[in-house]
Write a protein that binds this ligand. Structure first.
Ligand code: 5AD
Ligand code: SF4
Length: 523
């Protein structure tokens, strides 16, 4: 593009005129970036790669929305994209390793296309060591930011472009306490440009990333663009962060303290989604049961259910609940709702009381069993899913058998099973009695065997029955089949065409194949 136009769009005047308040400030940068990126003829491609949970998936929709707004098309190949962003997860060690593999593959792409922008954000960037590792080993990363300032993404792109064009400013971090920032580099760069110096020094600083990672943030800034991955389903954040500090878990350190969104803001986002054709929403929070937006979660759920019925939203889901906060009033509220799916994710983690205590979970085996039973009594068709960690430090064979016992008693419809992963900075990382790999693997396999048999039995019982299915997409494996989901979340494939995508139809389940069904539309 014409460098004169770039200079004007990225000038000091443009920066100084930016509004101070959010989200207006970011909307302003979006407008400027839009002018910048759309002034060149060929449309550029952006790729957003997401690791981890539903919260990250929702955050990625926001990042995609911003990139689309400023003029990028969505591309599916990282290597050939003009803008690649990795939204990272750090819940287990292998999530971190995965990022480095993917980043390594982009080194050559960046050499081929020096204008390419590579950004890394998300939970992993809240860890100082990881940011340092990126700076040293992956100097071709251009932008690094964390979970608390995702909404400043437009401003960070603007800062990077100003730097590339030789005009810089120290990064405005809105007075927030920082974990990592590149303000010093930016100031050094400015001095070199102003007073002149060795070309190599400038080059070295030029290649340093724009870094802005905040320690925490009590503000909630929403109302920025977002682009849904699926046209008919959307996650709705109702709260952020976690105050539970389970001893193995890094989430409270990287996502910060709990904060809830005001109910009216949540309703407004749901109304907009419904007007846009959304049929399924998922209320998202690390611990939705402790929602504190002036009303509690049961009341919020009832209000959302009413709103869903009024606006044509067919299904409401929520995730995740902590067993310690699962109240009778939530069970009652859920049972009274018409659009809330009879599906509940209740993470067990372990069935052993001493392990639960060391995990800092604040419930015991009996309480867990009682709550699961209450859910089933109130909604006999409810589908229960769970998370289980195997090999927590000090877990004995007896402890493990207690976990198996709960699995057999509750008969979860699905279970996400994890091998314990030591996370630096968490209390459990200091526990000395880590379990050897072979024992853990053996327990993990035994757990899977028991759980898989239960799933097969549970699913096979449903064959021949008819259930509503919300259709989502053409099957990945066969374009004559359309894939959808039961209320429980289980996948069903039926012969059909794309016209039923986004609709709910009654389907007779004809066959169970492992973890999914085939079926036929009845009406
Ligand atoms: N190791 C293994 N699994 C973990 N989880 C959280 N932290 C760890 C860890 N350090 C699992 C828990 C949680 C799910 C999202 O991830 O089961 O419920
Ligand atoms: Fe982690 Fe426990 Fe919070 Fe879940 S409730 S995010 S496992 S600390």
């Amino acid at each position: 593009m014409n460098s004169e136009i770039s200079k004007t769009l990225l000038s000091d005047e443009i920066l100084i005129s930016a509004p101070v308040n959010e989200p207006e400030r970011q909307h302003y940068f979006i407008e400027k970036l839009k002018e910048y990126f759309t002034s060149s003829n060929n449309k550029k491609k952006a790729c957003v790669a997401t690791f981890g949970c539903q919260m990250n998936a929702r955050d990625s929709e926001k990042l995609t929305g911003i990139l689309t707004d400023i003029g990028f098309d969505e591309g599916d190949k990282e290597e050939t994209a003009d803008f690649v962003i990795f939204n990272t997860c750090t819940i287990r060690e292998n999530a971190n390793e995965h990022l480095y593999g993917r980043l390594g593959r982009l080194k050559q792409s960046k050499k081929n296309n020096p204008d390419m922008i590579i950004a890394v954000c998300g939970c992993m960037m809240q860890e100082t060591d990881e940011v340092e590792k990126l700076r040293i080993k992956y100097p071709y990363v251009d932008i690094i930011f964390g979970t608390h300032n995702l909404y400043t993404f437009p401003e960070l792109i603007f800062t990077l472009l100003r730097k590339r064009f030789g005009s810089v400013d120290s990064i405005n971090d809105n007075g927030k306490e920082l974990i990592a920032s590149s303000a010093d580099d930016v100031i050094k760069y400015e001095k070199l440009l102003r007073y002149g110096s060795h070309g190599k020094d400038i080059e070295k600083l030029y290649r340093k990333p724009v870094v802005s990672v905040w320690k925490d943030n009590s503000d909630i800034v929403e109302d920025l663009p977002s682009k849904r991955k699926y046209s008919f389903k959307q996650g709705i954040n109702i709260m952020f962060g976690c105050d539970n500090f389970c001893s193995y878990c890094i989430v409270p350190y990287v996502r910060g303290r709990e904060k809830s969104r005001a109910p009216e803001e949540i309703y407004e986002e749901i109304r907009k989604a419904a007007a846009d054709g959304v049929k399924e929403i998922m209320l998202l929070g690390q611990n939705v049961n402790s929602y504190k937006g002036g009303i509690g979660f049961p009341e919020l759920l009832i209000n959302v259910d009413k709103l869903a019925a009024e606006t044509g939203i067919e299904r409401v889901r929520f995730m995740t609940s902590h067993p310690k906060d699962l109240s009778d009033s939530l069970i009652e509220a859920m049972a009274s709702c018409s659009r809330v799916c009879h599906q509940f994710h209740l993470p067990l983690q372990s069935g052993s009381d001493p392990v639960l205590k060391r995990m800092n979970r604040h419930y015991d085996k009996e309480t867990f069993l009682m709550r699961a039973e209450k859910l089933r009594a109130a909604m006999p068709d409810i589908s229960l899913s769970t998370d289980i960690i195997v090999g927590f430090p000090g877990e004995t064979e007896e402890d493990f058998l207690e976990t198996l016992d709960v699995v057999k008693k509750v008969r979860f419809d699905s279970a996400y099973t994890f091998i314990y992963s030591k996370r630096e900075g968490t209390p459990a990382a200091k526990y000395t009695d880590q379990i050897d790999e072979e024992t853990v693997k053996n327990r993990f396999d035994r757990l899977l065997e028991v759980q898989n048999a239960i799933v097969a039995e549970n699913l096979n019982k449903l064959v021949g029955q008819t259930f509503p299915v919300l259709f989502e997409s053409v099957s990945e494996y066969d374009d004559q089949l359309i894939s959808g989901k039961l209320e429980s979340g289980t996948t069903v494939h039926v012969p059909g065409d794309e016209s039923i995508i986004g609709a709910v139809r009654n389907v007779m389940l004809t066959e169970c194949r492992g973890f999914y069904f085939t079926g036929e539309i009845i009406d």
